[in-house]
Write a protein that binds this ligand. Structure first.
Ligand code: ATP
Length: 310
């Protein structure tokens, strides 16, 4: 098998709205592939065609060498799937629900399930409907991983998880790759894709606007920076940072004793840091780039989702 997932010319329309346009995507076995894009970009639609929840309007989809429409239970056993919106309302406990899932997913080691629950920090003896959103999400993750499937298809898997659990989960994803499993992961959070994925596709308005390894996409290159400085003269500070390569949206305001500088820095951060080093810095925050903003800056207004996907 050359690819774990082969999508060719995938097109999906909902009435007049086209959610996905002529999409090609190929995932090599044993790799982590990240699908990122702003809300409404078409990530969920794409992933659902892979597990036959949604059928393409046109185009071809192959998962582990098979057409999901005809793969049936045999193919499903080879896949672990986390849906974007997970609803768990049963009175049954987490244990009971997972053993119910294992009837369709194939043999599951109870010890491994317990280990996953321990790592993610969820109590499987509680009725699932009494769990918080994040803890329900953990049950969803366990059911995807517990039968050690060849392929994991994870739609926004970290949604609702707190940062420590997110980190543990991303470790589980990397371990899956080390064990030879293939992972296709969607997210609108850049950092989790940067930390895990070997290859990435950026989806915007139903189209792939960029594809490649994480570094080459330069998506992390737009940062919002906030600095509090011991300085007296706002105009002099403004002048010092004006014209530094990549610095835009520069603002300086006085706050009590300090001056607050905010700016957007695109590309290398070094010239900005060098200029900053000449000041007395009280506080510094560099925010994770906003994915939607980065996509728009790098790939233009055609990448805008609302109204773009027609
Ligand atoms: P998010 O990050 O918000 O989950 P997404 O990238 O997963 O977004 P999709 O849920 O695939 O995006 O939606 C893509 C487009 O298709 C959106 O414009 C959405 O409004 C539209 N869409 C999705 N499902 C349906 C549906 N059942 N009927 C009509 N339009 C739909």
């Amino acid at each position: 098998m050359s690819s774990a997932i082969d999508i060719t010319g995938l097109h999906k329309r909902y009435g007049h709205r086209t959610a996905v346009h002529d999409l090609d995507l190929h995932v090599r076995p044993g790799t982590i592939y990240g699908l990122i894009g702003p809300n409404g970009a078409g990530k969920t639609t794409t992933l659902r065609t892979l597990v036959d929840i949604i059928r393409p309007t046109s185009g071809q989809v192959r998962v582990l060498g098979e057409d999901p429409r005809h793969g049936g239970a045999r193919l499903r056993r080879r896949i672990g799937f986390v849906p974007g919106e997970l609803r768990l309302e049963g009175r049954v406990t987490g244990h009971r629900m997972l053993s119910f899932y294992s009837e369709t997913s194939g043999p599951v080691s109870r010890a491994y399930t317990a280990e996953l629950a321990e790592r993610l920090g969820v109590d499987l003896s509680r009725p699932v409907r009494s769990l918080s959103k994040g803890n329900k999400q953990k049950i969803g993750l366990i059911q995807a991983f517990m039968h050690r499937p060849e392929l994991l298809i994870l739609d926004e898997p970290t949604s609702g998880l707190d940062p420590l659990v997110q980190r543990e989960f991303l470790t589980m994803v990397r371990e899956a790759r080390e064990a030879g499993q293939t992972v296709l992961l969607s997210s609108h959070v850049l950092s989790e894709i940067q930390q895990t994925a070997d290859e990435v596709a950026v989806l915007a308005a139903g189209r792939i606007v960029a594809q490649g390894d994480v570094a080459s996409l330069r998506l992390g290159s737009v940062r919002r920076v906030r600095v509090a400085l011991d300085a007296q003269d706002p105009d002099a500070l403004h002048r010092r940072f004006t014209g530094i390569p990549g610095v835009t949206e520069l603002e300086v305001a006085a706050h009590g004793e300090a001056l607050h500088l905010t700016a957007t820095v695109e590309g290398g951060i070094d010239p900005f840091v060098k200029a900053l080093a000449q000041e007395t810095v009280r506080d510094l925050t560099i925010e994770e780039p906003d994915l939607e903003e980065s996509v728009l800056r790098l790939y233009g207004p055609a990448a805008r989702t609302e109204g773009g996907a027609r």
